[in-house]
Design a protein around this ligand. Structure first.
Ligand code: FAD
Length: 465
């Protein structure tokens, strides 16, 4: 056999969970090795958050160029060279992947290429195409992420695509069918609809974007329809037949069978954790029957030397949640008392308008029997929103009735993805509606909508009666 290499902390996977955990562990003085079988940066940088946002933003530019007549601007001959859009996307990804590699090296972290497999609670084996190496560790952090669920009736192929395939198309398809009206289906379906594809989303439930409040999903549906997309809810997709240059998707709605023809079928029905080929049974790491690793508030598994973070553990499958857990796990290994608190983790949909939520929604507050106040202020009553010609949406603030403590917020509207940060801070810092109302927001900015929502909560709004 080979000579084992000793390390303090070994991190498996270099996505937003793994690379952040590795850097934080190095900052606390640990000798760190990170193992990656694919590309540094994981799903998020390579085939997730970043490339999808590059496509979405390019789609917006195209739409805005075409549709600014209402503010007096017409552009003729607006065209898309999709191969250049793809080049732009690839360039963004490449820059970020290079950046992360540089950060890992700068923090003196060993980057090892290969597939990791647990031998026991302190030993890992890493296999490359033609070599294998054993590592012994004091602690390991599992950050192996997730992959798209493949439905038996919808095997991935040239025409039946998961999110990775959907991001890599070389041309803008004329017609796309999407199974799943979740975040990824809505974002990528929406992006191609912006570029002019005729998109049909089949959703099994009675609404898209499960978990987001009705008023939010209504705004998104309105915009998708404006883009020419169709949304069919309570639709159960049954099968797909590949034709010479497309697909025929059979689905059932209201007890009737229907057929939908398209160039491509996107299957976006969720993701499953990459925990099935890691040797976890062998070391006795506890998982649910869906392969989700069970952890405590420091991200420690039932095996003392093994931690797990990101998409492999419970909670929302989001990059910033993975990074947050990565810092906690690395600090826990260093002996710090850090613990997870999920309340302040925001969730964003990069739809049109953008949706963002943090902390409690009204529905959740009700469910827990909390005494709360919901205070809302519309974008349409804000000067900056009007000047941006972007008046769809609102900020809703959820505060505790007894003392005005901010416990949640929902934002629909332009830049909701950035605006939610202030509300995350409010939750994290234990602020009240009064604190937000007293914070001086520059004029004219969208941030004033948040300030005014806080004034609504206090019963003293200035710009609404
Ligand atoms: P991953 O990013 O999945 O990284 C895991 C890494 O581990 C991979 O690189 C993999 O190769 C490696 N690995 C796995 N097994 C092994 C092994 N045995 N040995 C060695 N290496 C291994 N989230 C957001 O917050 N915002 C967004 O806008 C957003 N958009 C998204 C868009 C799309 C299309 C998709 C698919 C996802 C999106 N997400 C978004 C979700 C986000 O990408 C994930 O939540 C995030 O990447 C999870 O990070 P992670 O570190 O847990 O795992």
């Amino acid at each position: 056999g080979d000579f084992p290499i000793e390390t303090d902390t070994i991190v498996i996977g270099s996505g937003p969970g793994g690379y952040v955990a590795a850097i934080r562990a190095a900052q606390t003085g640990q000798k760190v090795t990170i193992v990656e079988r694919g590309e540094v940066g994981g799903v998020c940088l390579n085939v997730g958050c970043i490339p999808s946002k590059a496509l979405i933003s390019a789609g917006h530019r195209y739409e805005t160029a075409k549709e600014s007549e209402s503010i007096g601007i017409t552009a003729e001959n607006v065209k898309v060279d999709f191969s250049k859009v793809q080049e732009f996307k690839a360039g963004v990804v490449k820059k970020l992947v290079g950046g992360v590699q540089g950060l890992l090296k700068g923090n003196k972290i060993d980057i090892v290429k290969g597939e990791a497999y647990f031998v026991d609670a302190n030993t890992l084996r890493v296999m490359d195409d033609n070599s294998a190496q054993t590592y012994t560790f004091k602690n390991a952090i599992i950050a192996t992420g997730s992959r798209p669920i493949e439905l038996p009736a919808f095997k991935y192929s040239k025409r039946v695509l998961n999110s990775t395939g959907a991001l890599a198309l070389e041309e803008i398809p004329e017609k796309i069918a999407v199974i799943g009206g979740g975040v990824i289906g809505v974002e990528l379906g929406g992006a191609y609809a912006s570029f002019g594809s005729q998109v049909t989303i089949l959703e099994g439930a009675d609404d898209i974007l499960l978990g987001f409040e009705k008023q939010m999903t209504t705004l998104v549906k309105k915009n998708l329809k404006k883009k020419g997309a169709e949304i069919i809810t309570k639709a159960s997709a049954k099968s797909v037949e590949e034709t010479e240059n497309g697909v025929k998707v059979t689905y059932e709605v209201k007890g009737k069978e229907e057929v939908l023809e398209a160039d491509y079928l996107f299957v976006m029905v969720g993701r499953r954790p990459n925990t099935d080929e890691l040797g976890l049974e062998q070391v006795g790491v506890k998982m649910t029957d869906k392969g989700v690793i069970e952890v405590d508030k420091q991200c420690r598994t039932n095996v003392n030397s093994i931690f797990a973070i990101g998409d492999v553990v419970a909670g929302p499958q989001l990059a910033h949640k993975a990074s947050y857990e990565g810092k906690i796990a690395a600090e826990a290994i260093a002996g710090e008392p850090s613990e997870i608190d999920y309340l302040g983790i925001p969730a964003v949909v990069f739809s049109e308008p953008e949706l963002a939520t943090v902390g409690y929604s009204e529905a959740q507050a009700k469910e827990e029997g909390l005494e709360y106040t919901a205070a809302k202020f519309p974008f349409a009553a804000n000067g900056r929103a009007l000047a941006l010609d972007s008046t769809d949406g609102y900020v809703k603030l959820i505060t505790r009735k007894e003392d005005g403590l901010v416990i949640g917020a929902q934002i629909a509207g332009a830049n909701a993805s950035d605006m939610i940060a202030e509300l995350g801070l409010a939750i994290e810092a234990g602020m009240t509606a009064e604190d937000l109302a007293m914070t001086i927001h520059a004029h004219p900015t969208l941030g004033e909508i948040t300030m005014e929502a806080a004034e609504v909560a206090l019963g003293t709004p200035i710009h609404i009666v």
